[in-house]
Design a protein around this ligand. Structure first.
Ligand code: PA5
Length: 443
């Protein structure tokens, strides 16, 4: 199970920072459990690890097996909450080099998560001589980036296999009832998976949105859900011992005390996209009404040689949340060198993970001494079960934290502003007046 070390907050917060928030946390936990706080219609994720659709789960496993047998590549099309969770888990449990190391299943290429022509051309070039399938994921079914990418990849798939065979290679994950993708999937007869109504994009990694690509990448999704369920059960218990309560209270207290930025720190390169997922989770949940910690992420020790300077001595506006994995998967002994020109023989015979652990401990104290409060969350490993627990921990803590901030944690009205401007500039019917106004301003 996960453990949270709060000891390095001493001196940064008053003794009663948790007890003074206990009532608010109890109310937040109640609203999440009863689905009746602000945005309560989108809290289906709270019990998802137990109440997920078992019939659909079996179809996901069967579809993953089929894709693994039929395809050397799966192109996963989606953006935001329809992208980051799957990539985070595939990279964290497997590897950021998964597409070079995969053996039994397909390589996974992510597309439709931006509008870069060059990135799209590169994926097309990489897959052109391979057998491939598509998983297109969009809850609304109308998001521009994945919709454009799907149009392009669908045409390519149909050119390669013909319309009939292409249909069997397209898997659509979308709303159960509405949206352009739903209409297209019904008309074409694609195999469909559902983004439940009560689960918003950034909380959807444990639905078909994340599970199908994750299962295709060979990650054990039964274990992933089991880890999430363990965390769900543990974190449902109210009280000051609850690590999600502790985390939510600490970050709220630090924000109230003037901190502006929370940096999620990982020491594994495979953790990088988990940081991207976490940034969306907290950024989109809390960044409203002129409030909230700005979520950032770094990869140590690499970033100690870049951002480390700012963290140590720049403006004192941040706290750090370190995610540590108890065990490395392998071991790497540092060799003895008779010449010892580099002076490293004092490390000979030691494991590289021992060096990493001391770097982490030393950094922790240096940053605390530099005025950066540190929290440390320890997970047993990067296995599917631990990662399932980690996902649920952050989702639940984020829900609590949003309610402590007194915002609606489950909407994202700010995302619409850029979309409306983009639609207008692209000449979408209905946006004619806005287009003229924006063009005039842009000059
Ligand atoms: O969390 C969210 O709601 C967003 O990040 C969405 O996931 C993102 O905008 C993609 O939306 P959709 O799945 O409707 O294409």
């Amino acid at each position: 199970m996960l453990t949270l070390d709060l000891s390095k907050l001493n001196g940064f917060l008053p003794q009663d920072y948790l007890s003074s928030r206990e009532d608010a946390l109890r109310e937040a936990a109640r609203m999440l459990a009863e689905h009746n706080g602000p945005g309560g219609d989108f809290t289906g994720w709270v019990t998802l690890p137990r109440d997920y659709d078992k019939e659909e789960f079996a179809r996901i496993q069967a579809a993953a097996k089929r894709i693994q047998q039929q395809s050397q590549v799966l192109v996963v099309i989606g953006i935001g909450g329809s992208y980051l969770g799957a990539r985070a888990v595939v990279e964290l449990v497997n590897s950021p080099n998964f597409n070079l190391t995969h053996k039994d299943g397909p390589a996974i290429y992510f597309a439709g998560n931006g509008l870069s022509t060059d990135a799209m051309l590169e994926v097309i070039d990489l897959i052109k001589d391979k057998d491939w399938s598509i998983n297109v994921i969009s809850k609304s079914g109308t998001t521009t980036e994945p919709a454009v990418a799907f149009r392009i990849f669908k045409n390519l798939l149909e050119e390669k296999y013909g319309k009939e065979e292409a249909r069997k290679r397209i898997y659509a994950t979308t709303d159960a009832h509405r949206g352009a993708l739903k209409g297209l999937a019904d008309a074409e007869g694609y195999e469909e998976f559902v983004v439940p109504d009560a689960v918003g994009g950034r909380y959807s990694v444990l639905t078909a949105v994340g599970l199908l690509p994750i299962a295709c990448a060979g990650v054990d999704i039964v274990e992933l859900m089991a880890g999430a369920e363990e965390a769900m059960t543990a974190l449902a218990a109210p009280g000051q011992d609850n690590p999600a309560w502790q985390y939510a209270a600490a970050r709220h207290a630090l924000y109230t005390a003037g901190k502006k930025v929370e940096i999620l720190v990982g020491y594994e390169p495979s953790f990088r996209f988990f940081g991207e997922w976490w940034k969306q989770l907290f950024g989109e949940t809390e960044g409203k009404e002129g409030k909230a910690l700005f979520p950032a992420s770094v990869e140590f020790t690499a970033d100690l040689h870049s951002m480390g300077q700012y963290i140590q001595q720049g403006e004192r506006l941040m706290l750090e949340t370190v995610v540590r994995f108890e065990k490395s998967r392998g071991s790497m002994e540092i060799p003895h060198d008779p010449d010892n020109v580099d002076g490293l023989n004092f490390l000979a015979g030691k494991d590289l993970s021992f060096v990493a652990e001391q770097a982490m401990r030393g950094t922790l104290l240096a940053h605390v001494d530099g005025g950066v409060p540190n929290l440390m969350l320890t997970a047993p490993g990067r296995d599917a079960r631990s990662v399932g627990a980690l996902i649920y921990f952050f989702e639940y803590a984020c829900g609590l934290s949003g309610y402590l901030l007194e915002i609606n944690p489950f909407d994202q009205p700010g995302v619409e502003a850029y979309k409306n401007n983009m639609y207008a500039l692209l000449g979408k019917p209905g946006y004619e007046d806005k287009k003229a106004e924006l063009e005039a301003r842009l000059g």
